[in-house]
Design a protein. Structure first.
Length: 288
């Protein structure tokens, strides 16, 4: 059986190497050395505290977490553990979303947005779902014990997707309870993201989404651009491209079938749209 020190060493090496999945592979009483100094987290970080407590800084602000609380670390944040209690027990997972970026969709945008807008600058709270999150982490740990093979890689990707959607669900519930502190414009934007996720397959025009939100199309696009840098139509197009890439990479559907799936007039029209958005034709992307 692996000792705490062996797992600490592997986690530290994985973090410094920028691996896609960095896990404590079980409960730890300590943090790896890399996290005891200012460390820029490459991906999404989750730390579940099962016992004791620890103090940390996130983007140069001081916080603490205690037993039965979960810490969520937004990607790109600078994180440092300052002190932990002698009885601390923590589970640590840091993973990159790039391998599942073509599938995760716009709901992750709302999760990231809330992390920027919340009255508390980071997430530490008792979600009530610590055990469920740990189940995903345990299953991911199992994939780390198996050598590289196609089926294991697919299983790991599916588990990362499941965990990511679970975290999005937790964030969404937190968002609803804290919505009053977010502000009217950002509340509208979050509702827009949710509508796009629901209707992007059928509706591409800003007029549809503006009507759903009882706003003018011009106002909604200006609002969206000011918050995230993209117009409503650009967000819809990004959702279509993400799904298109998923179909190209993970199914045997022909270009014509994918074109029909999105109700494009023909495969050539879809190909032109895809190239304009990605710089490559669907065939080139599939071969890559």
């Amino acid at each position: 059986m692996d000792t705490q020190q062996e797992r600490l060493y592997r986690l530290n090496h994985a973090l410094l190497s920028g691996k896609d999945v960095c896990s404590s592979e079980g409960m730890l009483h300590d943090f790896p050395e890399s996290l005891k100094k200012p460390f820029q987290v490459n991906g999404v970080g989750v730390v579940v505290c099962r016992q004791g407590s620890f103090m940390f800084t996130l983007n140069q602000k001081d916080f603490s977490a205690k037993a039965n609380e979960t810490l969520f670390i937004p990607g790109g944040s600078v994180f440092q553990v300052c002190r932990q209690s002698e009885d601390a027990e923590v589970f640590i997972l840091v993973y990159q979303t790039e391998p599942i970026r073509d599938i995760i969709g716009n709901c992750v945008t709302s999760m990231h947005l809330y992390s920027q807008l919340a009255t508390e600058p980071c997430y530490v709270w008792s979600t009530g779902e610590e055990n469920e999150v740990l189940k995903y982490i345990s299953l991911l740990d199992n994939t780390l014990q198996i050598g590289e093979n196609t089926f294991n890689n697919y299983e790991q990707k599916l588990l990362l997707l499941g965990l990511t959607y679970r975290l999005c669900s937790i964030y969404n519930r937190k968002l609803i309870t804290q919505r009053a502190s977010v502000g009217h414009k950002h509340d509208i934007f979050i509702r827009l993201i949710q509508l796009i996720e629901k209707y992007y397959m059928e509706q591409r025009g800003v007029e549809f989404y503006a009507d759903k939100l009882c706003l003018s199309p011009k106002y909604l696009s200006v609002l969206s651009k000011s918050i995230c840098g993209y117009t409503v139509q650009e967000l819809v197009f990004k959702a279509i491209i993400r799904k298109s890439i998923s179909l190209l990479k993970n199914t045997q559907k022909s270009i014509q079938e994918i074109s029909d799936y999105f109700n494009f007039p023909n495969a050539s029209y879809f190909g032109t749209f895809f190239r304009k958005q990605t710089g490559e034709s669907p065939q080139q992307y599939r071969r890559k």
